[in-house]
Design a binder for this molecule. Sequence first.
Ligand code: NAP
Length: 494
Amino acid sequence: MEKVDVAIVGSGFSGLGMAIRLKQEGKHDFVILERDDDVGGTWNANTYPGCACDIPSHLYSFSFAPNPNWSHTYSPQPEIREYLHSCANDFGIRPHVRLRTTVTDARWVEDEGRWHVETDVGEDVSARVLISAMGPLTEPKVPDLPGLDEFEGETWHSARWNHDYDLDGKRVASIGTGASAIQYVPRIQPEVEKLHVFQRTAPWIAPHNNRPIHDWERALYRALPPLQRLVRGGVYTLRESMILMLAKRPPAMKILERAARLHRERQVKDPDLMRKVTPDYSMGCKRILPSNHWYPALQQPNVELVTGGVREVRPNSVVGEDGVEREVDAIVFGTGFQVTEMPAAELITGTEGVPLSEIWAGSPRAHRGATVPGFPNLFLLLGPNTGLGHSSMVYMVESQIAYVLDALRTMRERRVPVAEVSATALERYNAEIDERMEGTIWNTGCVSWYQDATGRNGAIWPDWTWRFRQETAEFDEDAYELRAPAPARVPVPA
Ligand code: NAP
């Protein structure tokens, strides 16, 4: 069994960022366990046509690794993957990464004060600190549609795109109209013979202001790095101002709703289609989707927008709620991810011998989105209530990384190997989150993946992002029990 100080699970933005910052602090005793064939997390896994980031590139990157070479103001997926690969190489992270290594079990061993991490390749790891960087948008969610098992054509999820399947001349059903579908539908539409787009809820589509970055701009960023930092700051401020509407004064969202309505009216002329694509909930309650290509794609002669859900799947067709049977060769699921169910939580077992998933019971909660009582020395990156709809998750990740680094520093200085958050701190923190969530746009009645099995919004950070940064800038040791591992339990003589 390999013994390390820190084991990081996952090598997306959060896992890589954590590793880089550890190295920068002179800490080299860590491994990254990654189930995929390369680093990059979601940006390695999602390769669907048109995949791109809807948050501007200058902000959607590490603050410590600016990239002056972005080709567009919003980067396509291959560039972001390339960026993450370069970060792994340039910061010397590769030697720490174990690729194609899936964690199958992680168990706290109190007597040792360590985590025992088992993997599917038999290379087990013992670590004092376990950092879960598995990402909230990792496990595809495919609806359990009646008859799906009997379907004779091809099916796949947007996050596991089947590039071997030739779409040319095929009849395809695409289910879901979320952030992924609005990117791939316009891209596959010209290839297929027929595309049936199944929309359960009409999304809010905003005009997209993506544009190529000119060579001269790139040259300027290379020559003058502070200029790129300035642009990043400007983008951050502009994005952050949206919190005024989303969280502080939701009625003000009407301003953005108006812009989206004008966009819709400019692009959609048919009244029947207009009725179908008009959202029936407040803008921002679900993620706002920027696209100039979505409405035009829906109006192509080979596209049919089917509203309502899917009733059933038959061996060669999909039947909508309208009862109409549509013959198809393939079904693509743009149906999102298992977020609040978080399958990774089933793998992690704490002091009570119970998996995190059982403790959460369908309603994930953590202190500062990172720590849970009964799970000492476990830090969740991008854990509960750290998600954003309006700004860069990389900003949130970097805030949490600073928190973890300060936790490790505090343990070192206090000469205690174990830190466990108290139940009181968890309760207090989550009560505050719930209070902040009241009166926000996310509480206006729509059903979204932000809500867990109990209806609680366990995904979104409901306040300014700079406030999250402030609150995670220092490890709040008062919220923790700092201790040595408990001595081995001596069996009581009979
Ligand atoms: P999503 O936003 O959760 O969308 C899933 C879609 O599938 C929704 O339209 C949903 O309809 C529909 N759906 C789910 N189950 C269904 C069923 N049984 N029958 C019919 N329709 C069903 O998933 P996603 O598009 O993969 O995006 C997930 C998240 O990934 C995003 O919110 C975003 O955070 C992230 N993402 C980001 C980017 C980016 O550019 N940064 C790009 C892609 C994804 P309802 O609305 O009715 O539930």
